[in-house]
Design a protein around this ligand. Sequence first.
Ligand code: B12
Length: 463
Amino acid sequence: MKILLINPSIRPDNPRKIFPMGLSYIATALHDAGYRCQIYDIDAHRFSDVEVKKYLTDNAFDVVAFGCIVTAYKWVKWIASIVKSAHPNTVIVAGNSVASSIPNLLLEKTDVDIAVVGEGDTTIVELIRALENSHSLDNVNGICFKRQGRVVSTPKREVIKDIDSIPYPTRDLFDVGAYLSASKYNTHEAIPIDADKLRVFNVNTARGCVYKCTFCYHCFVKDKYRIRSPESVIGEIKDLRNRYGANYIQFADELSFPNRSHIEEFCDRLASEKIDIYWTGTIIPGALRKADLPLAKRMRQLGCVGLGYSIESADANILRMMGKPAGLEKFVETRHVLREAHIVTFTSLVFGYPIETEETIRRTIDFCIEEQVAPSSGYLLALPGSWIYGYAREKGLIKDEEQYLLSIADRQDLHLNFTSIPSEKLVRLVQDGVKRYNAALGIVLNCDNPLKTLQTRSRDSLA
Ligand code: B12
């Protein structure tokens, strides 16, 4: 079986290069099952469209597989059409949210043959085996494919219960050097390492999330939250240190630490193994209370430099509509504890829920100024599979799904206006708000583009 895995470049103009963790889990599963795959890493090498087209036309494979965020739907459509027109017999497989959240549309409107839904590690191996042996695809759970012009879905794939059992993703299957050379663009805060000496790696410590926010969709949204043991996570970190001299780890999870006891266990293990590393992760507001200041200080001592947890809005009704149970008080409490411990807060705002008003925007901005946080900000982006996407369909805001998907891109621009504020005014209110917190906090976020694609810097000191 000649298999090609492709990593797209979804932000080709951005100097950040983020190692494709999902695809590397897929590559590792195939590799461990005895399949040698070729990897065409467009993002690492920033191949041009002309180069991509030439490579895919000149080289033939039995299977070409790729996956990405649904916002890059247009890229998937393009790549599938190139492969299919040059090599009609190649089987095209797609995974990640572009497959999980819109399997029917993807199979109907593009040249993709098979959509892998949800967790891909086991499915991809079973799928390749079935294709290799010309077995029926009906016995491969977790996929959708077309039979006689109709989309067929197999039963849901059972998720891997013990995620410690998943092998560490093999970074060597990719060009690690290309990612390391972009390390300095991947950190948000000023840690005391020379930019050129930074060696940043992403690690996934969990799959899924305990929250079900109404604007969110990710591939594990229908599955139970699963978390790795500290032993397993620290084993991977040690491996990254030994092999590549990693000195900074980003836990790129929906939720790395669901509660304080997980944090404690992780810190105990890190301390006992004497691992000297900087790290960031994600928590939920309220994970650390006032009384946890000593724990937060210990985290900082053990290298934790930043934690992400959400505000999204300072309006209680909007938070309720977002399905965010924690509330602002808990955010504030955690914020104060971490500030005192010199751990930077990463957070974000989503403007434009249906009940957003001039007053709620003002309140949210005031809140950020009071709490001295400079969130990454964007407008509500309706992602297929989320509650708000269903709402947008129901209200007639999205009439043609494919047109909508082709129109959205990697930034949280204002694509759909859910509010009763006229669009121009909404944009002006948000831009004026960003200008206000820029001025109040002495930071420079681009006011014309106060969007998620921009890195934000916190004013918090790490010292
Ligand atoms: C790193 C990251 C990024 C990186 C992308 C890096 C990359 N090379 O893909 C950057 C910073 C560029 C990014 C940007 C954005 N992101 Co982002 N990002 C993440 C993050 C934090 C980690 C991804 C990860 O490592 N996952 C862990 C792996 C194990 O899970 P996985 O990728 O889902 O992979 C599994 C399956 O999906 C499947 N699979 C994956 N790939 C493949 C391939 C094949 C062939 C197969 C068969 C299966 C398969 O198998 C894997 C293993 O089981 C996730 C949150 C998260 N924890 O997932 C958000 C997340 C993916 N991002 C999200 C969003 C909303 C965005 C933005 C729109 C935000 C914004 N406004 O800027 C942009 C869009 C960018 C664009 N151009 O379109 C959403 C997804 C939205 C969606 N419905 O697709 C997520 C889930 C966060 C969230 N809950 O909101 N992101």
